[in-house]
Design a protein around this ligand. Structure first.
Ligand code: PMP
Ligand code: GLN
Length: 381
């Protein structure tokens, strides 16, 4: 394995899911729902398979999904994109991130991102031979530190890799925070790649603000999302990106040689799902908000300090009262202590001291699973 990929070994999600299986623990580690998305969408996938849509789809994506992504951007955010030249379907958001970073970064370029960051960011930046420069979001409020994000930019900054709503913190970036990032990107003539896979999982009165809607930002912003989160279909690996023609064309060139195409029969099903009515979107959000409250209350009742998330389906708790000292070591012991698996936040950091005792739990699970996890955590606390 080449030197720059050696730090990446096996992903934390694979390790923790295997641990959940081998110890018979409740898996609140890897983020995936334990219920299916809309029935109409599932039926559409079955119909596509039985209807013979089982060969390579067109490289950029099936036309009805390209149209549906464009219509979605217009419907929810008033963003106008041309479905043929400004949208690209990818094998999940993961491939979208990789295609854009590999398409836009030369070796030696710098990529600015916040930490903790989603694990594929660091690996993808390394694949491109680029260098990451980070700004830390600190527990428990995870607000942006202006001096530190400013210091992460330099004359070599090529792009900013942003994620809102943010995994693993559950933070939804405020308009002011996004405006600061936008101003820095303009100042350094950098692209903004914004990972908005949790765009519809936003709670209370928090508002998801897409970077592409800020004044003057559409022309330098590539927006990424995925059916995995919005429609509880993480295994389908249907994602997409949209943005200015030249950036989408660049990503399309690279994407051809990553997977070429993927998920043929699932693409028309996701196209149908994107067009479903507002109650479908609201239903998932409301159900997750209740699950958030259930798990957060249980964690707090067990004596843990939690950062109540405004978005995503993750919550970070400080596990110091359970005896945590080192995040990774503790996450490996947690199933033995509690019968519940979480993910150590330190693995998403360059600065591990920023998150030594923090553990991320996923709450996209059936209520009875969350209640049993709560009971086990309380017994251990
Ligand atoms: N970005 C973030 C922030 C995520 O949490 C995930 C999924 N866990 C992805 C990207 C990857 O999405 P996909 O499964 O569609 O590749
Ligand atoms: N995005 C999911 C998470 O953060 C996991 C995805 C994966 O396993 N790569 O838990």
């Amino acid at each position: 394995l080449i030197a720059r990929m050696q730090p990446f070994g096996t992903t934390i999600f694979a390790e923790m899911s295997a641990l959940a299986t081998s110890t018979g623990s409740i898996n609140l580690g890897q983020g995936f729902p334990d219920t299916d998305g809309p029935a109409e969408m599932l039926a559409a996938a079955t119909a596509a398979i039985e209807g013979g849509r089982n060969q390579y789809p067109p490289g950029p994506g099936v036309p009805e999904l390209l149209d549906a992504v464009a219509a979605h951007q217009q419907r929810f955010y008033g963003i106008a994109v041309d479905p043929r030249s400004q949208v690209l379907v990818t094998a999940g958001a993961t491939e979208a991130i990789a295609a854009v970073v590999l398409a836009l970064c030369e070796p030696g370029d710098e990529v600015v991102t916040f930490e903790p960051y989603y694990d594929s960011y660091a690996a993808t930046i390394a694949l491109a031979g680029a260098t990451r420069r980070t700004s830390v979001l600190r527990f428990p409020d995870f607000s942006v530190d202006e001096a530190s994000i400013r210091a992460a930019f330099s004359s070599r900054t090529r792009l900013v890799l942003l994620n809102t709503p943010h995994n693993p913190t559950g933070k939804v970036f405020t308009r002011e925070e996004l405006e600061l990032v936008a101003a820095l990107a303009r100042e350094h003539d950098a692209w903004v790649v914004t990972d908005e896979v949790y765009e519809h999982l936003v709670f209370d009165d928090a508002e998801h603000v897409p970077m592409a809607t800020l004044p003057g930002m559409f022309d330098r912003t590539i927006t990424i999302s995925s059916a995995g989160k919005t429609f509880s279909a993480t295994g389908w690996k249907v994602g997409w990106l949209s943005g200015p023609v030249e950036a989408v064309a660049a990503a399309r060139t690279v994407k051809q040689f990553l997977t070429y195409v993927a998920s043929g029969p699932f693409q028309p099903a996701v196209a149908l799902a994107l067009g479903l009515g507002d109650p479908v979107y609201a239903g998932l959000r409301d159900s997750l908000q209740a699950k958030r409250d259930l798990l957060c209350s249980a964690l707090e009742a067990s004596g843990l300090e939690v950062s109540r998330p405004s978005g995503t389906y993750f919550v970070i708790a400080d596990a110091a009262p359970l005896g945590a000292v080192d995040g990774l070591e503790f996450a490996r012991r947690l199933p033995g202590i509690t019968g519940v698996v979480g993910v150590p936040v330190s693995v998403f950091h360059d600065d591990e001291d920023a998150a030594r005792t923090l553990v991320r739990f996923a709450f996209c699970k059936k209520d009875d699973v969350l209640r049993e996890a709560s009971r086990r955590l309380a017994a251990a606390g």
